[in-house]
Write a protein that binds this ligand. Sequence first.
Ligand code: TXA
Ligand code: MG
Length: 325
Amino acid sequence: MPDNLMGPSIGSDIGLALSYLSQGFPVGIPTETVYGLAANALNPEAVQRVFRAKKRPDFDPLIVHVGRKSQLHQYAKGLPRQAQQLIEAFWPGPLTLLLPKTSLIPDIVSSGLERVGLRMPNHPLTLELLDQTGFPLAAPSANLFGYISPTQALHVREAFGLEVPYVLDGGPCSIGLESTILGFESGQAVVYRWGGIELSDLTEVLGYVPQVKVKAEEHPAAPGMLARHYAPKTPLTLLKENEAWPPATERAGIILPFQEPLPAEHSVWVLSESGDPFEVARRWYAVLREADSAGLTRIYVRMLGPDIPFSQALNDKFLRAAESD
Ligand code: TXA
Ligand code: MG
């Protein structure tokens, strides 16, 4: 099929996705956060193919996606009461819990770590798929390692060749930011990655403010090494909330969360004209891709002020997209 020469085919055929997954092939799946590149989490060879397709180092563990809360007991040993409360409050949804893994989870999934990341995604197609597989799905974000995360099926298609035969198209992601990652240290909740569930939401359920240890992602064993992430190829510079625009000496583009008065000479993307922070989150990765392929010499991004929903998560993503200084 000529279609296949360009990359994986796309559609909403759950049966086809199931058939590829059962044969050990990686499949792109929609979630509410970003698209994932999924494999049978209980099959080490299938998981290995995901690492290979993504060009992801094997020290960087994958999140395991389950279709029902009750399945958790098969993959996590002993569920702290706080974890149960968080699951009741936020699953299905953008919260990943790091919990001690059972021997059912192969070491390749957790990169040899004692804990496995588990979450129940909130997308009807993927939940239906998980209902049919009978196995959980290990799935990192479906981008090449280090590049911008995918929020549409086409983004997944663009990233991969025939190693990934199929992308299940569930439309654009409704949240557009990765899941928040949380674990426990000495019985206290710790946030390891900002994402779709905010600190204030967690605090409300836990009854205390969790500690935050958000460091370089994708390399839990060596924090700081890979701070640059979710990054475009075009150099990107951040502007503080009230910082003035630099003079237009280069072919610069500007990404703004919200409307503001602008010098006419730049290309401008406004993430939410109506001032909706949820829309800012939803559109960020797709707009960053667009700006990255616009032939610019530099992209400027206006950071968000505090007290705006998702400001911690968004500013963190902006920072990681920026040059390393
Ligand atoms: O929203 C999401 O979480 C998306 C969708 C597809 O579910 N997935 C996602 O996966 O963002 P990924 O692989 O791109 O990012 C997962 C992060 C990585 O930084 C990884 O190091 C960390 O989670 N992680 C996964 N399992 C872990 C574990 N057992 N211990 C420590 N960190 C872990
Ligand atoms: Mg990722």
